[in-house]
Design a protein around this ligand. Structure first.
Ligand code: ADP
Ligand code: MG
Length: 633
């Protein structure tokens, strides 16, 4: 077996072997043991990594480097493999002399005698500590991802799952083992690939996609998730994989629906009283007419039959109203003409409002249509009207108005929720108790009520807000204690004509000619927007935040001021007092009053004060400019 050192071939072989040994010693950690596992060879690298000197190692049992980390069965399986003369390969965790831990990729080669019995084991190791630590870190990070409530999923570009956290297991019921390598659509949506195609398209255009999706879990349960997809790219900027994070919002959605339903039940309850009363009014004449016909069959039966028929029809109408409420929360969107809906509400209100409340309504002709769930809009209007009723225990006037409005940026800036566009504006005005600022600030909170126990649940306006927002609309409230309240509900129009009107061309707006306008309002945003609009359209402006300040500004610029544009409700000196004082100085001064709410008697008062024009707030740039031009001409 051993090369013959004296021959040339032998010399060559020895040279080759020593070169080989040199190369191996440079790269690998090498040790040899006898068949019992006693170390009889270790190279420098072995000494380095184990921290033992060669003297300490030779003759020592190989277990001197064991870390006690691997289970007994694992160690035993190594021995059974190599004792049979087979090569074992694997990763081992060893302990150095100073107690520090290192990992080695290990190959143990048994050298066997002629009976196939190992007489020596050669172990060749490569250190992999760093790789192992990195793997541990990744495992730790992955276990953090497992703590997340969300389903976190990674798939390759063919939608094959590469990673599936425990959140995903909780949400969808599939374990990581089930999920790995499977197509995402099978796991999330029972094989329905429509959503995936949508996501795919969107991700081609942008690297992110968000949606609210309906998914199916392993057990067939339907869930609603908020889904975020990200296309992750590699260092070269090429698409690499998809990261999908899904949040289960089923519960939240149901709560919202419950809120809406509970609230609708409440308004049915409120109405039920009125309906019961109504039904009695309907049934009494029917019963009386029937009695008349029975006791007096030869009498004027046509009259009684007509009465029965008429009342039965009223009854049928009433039931239709109730059904409008009772219909479920479909959340459908259809094209709705509010005219019919308002008329329906008006007829219900006429039946149920106390006599002390006068009901007025005006629907502008050519009302734009909206895309809405009619049941929900019905609910909105009913809530606001019932609140108006409750605010007028001693009677008053309830006014419903519907019209088209185009909202420009000017207007949008006066209300944070508003966005420019064409809207249908529904206003419900009452002459009731009104509200303080404190109350106004809280009315949209669920369960906020100022009503007695059993009278109010505080859900009405919260629901109203939810519905209006889900229709991309917004609400404006204006109220003054003891003077009444105005709710303005804006719903985006679904009309094509409307879209054109909203953008407008602006050419017909009347521009100023350097005239100076004094703008007075305690609300900074309105003051600024109005002044900026005027300045951009050929006027000069001066501003003041209340009546007192306005008087000072006026004194300074008396000669130049062509018109005063003023709010009515202000601290220090209100609009009315200021106007009276201005009139004393200059009876011919042009004055425009802006107001969030205009009451009948206020109009009369303002006329008495000599106010030229009223400008209801909020207003569009066009409305402001035309009003001003009218006053100045
Ligand atoms: P609820 O009617 O059950 O009290 P809402 O959410 O409908 O609940 O209204 C919340 C509160 O807002 C009412 O309790 C009331 O104080 C106030 N509010 C709503 N509308 C008006 C109104 N038109 N006039 C005066 N206060 C109102
Ligand atoms: Mg209410």
């Amino acid at each position: 077996m051993l090369p013959n050192r004296s021959t040339a071939a032998g010399q060559d072989l020895i040279k080759e072997l020593s070169d080989l040994k040199y190369a191996i010693d440079q790269s690998a950690i090498v040790a040899m043991t006898d068949q019992t596992g006693r170390i009889n060879y270790a190279n420098d690298k072995f000494c380095d990594i184990s921290g033992f000197s060669l003297e300490e190692l030779i003759g020592e049992d190989h277990r001197i480097i064991n870390s006690g980390y691997h289970p007994k069965e694992f160690i035993r399986s190594i021995w059974t493999t190599i004792a049979k003369g087979e090569i074992w390969r694997g990763e081992l965790r060893n302990r150095a002399k100073d107690g520090s831990i290192y990992w080695v990729d290990t190959t143990i080669v048994p050298l066997v005698d002629e009976h196939k019995k190992p007489f020596r084991y050669v172990a060749i190791r490569y250190e992999i500590t760093e790789r192992k630590l990195a793997e541990d870190r990744i495992r730790q990070q992955a276990s953090l991802l497992d703590k997340a409530q969300d389903a976190i999923i990674v798939s390759d570009l063919n939608y094959q799952v590469l990673y599936w956290n425990q959140g995903a297991e909780r949400v969808y019921g599939w374990s990581e083992e089930d999920a790995f390598g499977r197509h995402i659509a099978e796991l999330l949506s029972s094989g329905d690939r429509r959503e995936l195609e949508k996501a795919h398209q969107e991700l081609e255009a942008a690297d992110e996609w968000k949606a609210e999706s309906r998914h199916t879990t392993r057990s067939g349960e339907r869930i609603i998730v908020e889904s975020r997809w990200t296309l992750v790219k590699n260092d070269a900027g090429e698409p690499d994989y998809y990261l999908i994070i899904n949040t289960d919002i089923t519960e939240k959605k149901h709560t919202e629906e419950h809120l809406l339903r509970a609230q609708r039940m409440e308004s049915i309850g409120t109405l039920a009283g009125g309906i019961a009363h109504d039904l009695n009014n309907i049934l009494s004449p029917i019963m009386m007419a029937a009695d008349m016909m029975r006791t007096n069959p030869d009498g004027d039966t046509t009259r009684w039959v007509a009465m029965i028929r008429e009342n039965a029809e009223r009854g049928a109408d009433l039931i239709k109203q109730v059904l409008t409420f009772a219909r479920g929360m479909a959340g459908e969107r259809i094209t709705v003409n509010l005219k019919h809906l308002i008329k329906e509400i008006v007829s219900v209100l006429k039946e149920t409002l106390p006599r002390s409340i006068k009901l007025e309504y005006e629907i502008e002709p050519e009302l734009w249509t909206i895309s809405a769930d009619p049941t929900q809009i019905h609910q909105v209007l009913m809530n606001v009207c019932l609140n108006a009723r409750d605010a007028m225990p001693d009677g008053g006037t309830l006014t419903i108005h519907a019209g088209n409005v185009a909202i420009d940026d000017n207007y949008a800036r006066m209300n944070i929720d508003a966005r420019a566009g064409s809207y249908l504006l529904l206003t419900v005005t009452d002459s009731g108790t009104g509200m303080s600022t404190d109350v106004i600030n809280r009315i949209f909170d669920p369960f906020f009520t100022t009503k007695d126990v059993g009278k109010g649940t505080g859900l009405g306006l919260a629901t109203t807000m939810t519905i209006v927002k889900s229709h991309d609309g917004f609400i404006n409230v204006y109220s003054e204690p003891a003077k009444g309240t105005k709710f303005s509900i804006y719903l985006p129009s679904a009309d094509e004509h409307a879209a054109r009107t909203a953008t407008g061309d602006g050419s017909r707006t009347a521009r100023g000619n350097g005239e100076m306008i004094l703008v007075v309002d305690d609300e900074e945003s309105i003051r600024e927007v109005a002044a900026a609009t005027l300045a951009a359209n050929g006027y000069r402006t001066v501003t003041a935040a209340d009546g007192r300040e306005a008087m000072d500004v006026y004194e300074e610029n008396k000669a130049d001021i062509a018109a005063v544009l003023t709010d009515m409700a202000m601290p220090n000196m209100d609009g009315a007092a200021m106007i009276a004082e201005l009139r004393n100085i200059d009876p011919k001064l042009n004055i425009i009053a802006m107001s969030g709410m205009i009451h009948e008697n206020q109009t009369v008062d303002l006329q008495k004060l000599g106010v030229e024009k009223l400008l209801p707030k909020p207003f569009t740039a066009e409305k402001l400019l035309t009003t001003l031009a009218e006053v100045l001409s």
